[in-house]
Write a protein that binds this ligand. Sequence first.
Ligand SMILES: CC(C)(COP(=O)(O)OP(=O)(O)OC[C@H]1O[C@@H](n2cnc3c(N)ncnc32)[C@H](O)[C@@H]1OP(=O)(O)O)[C@@H](O)C(=O)NCCC(=O)NCCS
Length: 208
Amino acid sequence: MTTQHRIERLMDLTDEHIQGLTDVLMDCVEGGASISFMSPLTRERAVAFWRRVAQGVAAGERALLVAGDEHGICGTVQLVLDLPENQPHRADLAKMLVHRRARRQGLGAALMLAAESMARDCGKTLLVLDAVTNGDAARLYERLGWFRVGDVPNFALMPDGTPCSTTYYYRDLNQPVVPEKLEESPLTKESVVDTHIREIIETQESHV
Ligand SMILES: CC(C)(COP(=O)(O)OP(=O)(O)OC[C@H]1O[C@@H](n2cnc3c(N)ncnc32)[C@H](O)[C@@H]1OP(=O)(O)O)[C@@H](O)C(=O)NCCC(=O)NCCS
């Protein structure tokens, strides 16, 4: 069975959004993901993080996507847009998170494609991100055509305090994804996504 997910861009975060995003963040940290937070992550700290993100979204400094299923928000990704004035074409992709209940169904890939679409909407042509070296997320990014720049040993800590290497990636949005890197995803074909994002995903598919 293919789960239906809806991906949308939030311009204004309600308390309900913040609670849903908090659930996703806490689930990811509990699951051992190295995403800026140490374990145990309290609900209070997680809510405070999303309130700061909400302020950034309202100020136009960040752009935020959420994915939902029948239980609420199950995935998210954001672009940091407020970079130095000599980098107007660039954004950082951050906090790519999928709740454990929604993983391995293609949602991560769909969120990444939607984030690329949103970046274009924001006038960005170059995206940069970092991920734990050789982790689940690194595989996802490489599959989607992100270019591996290099590793920084001992860059961060896992939630349990273990040091981990980080790999930097970039994606030039003027370059089409290499066909063999983009696997078939049932989600990008069948889920309900915003019409505009759907068009971009279909455009992307027609390029490969
Ligand atoms: C990394 C992460 C976002 C991936 O999300 P996801 O929704 O599971 O991603 P996808 O489903 O697109 O791909 C994940 C795997 O499922 C596989 N998959 C996708 N659709 C599938 C399907 N219908 N059936 C079976 N497998 C499928 C993919 O091939 C991929 O396989 P791989 O791990 O062997 O490479 C998620 O694991 C996560 O949130 N991790 C914790 C937070 C984190 O580390 N974020 C990254 C910060 S840089």
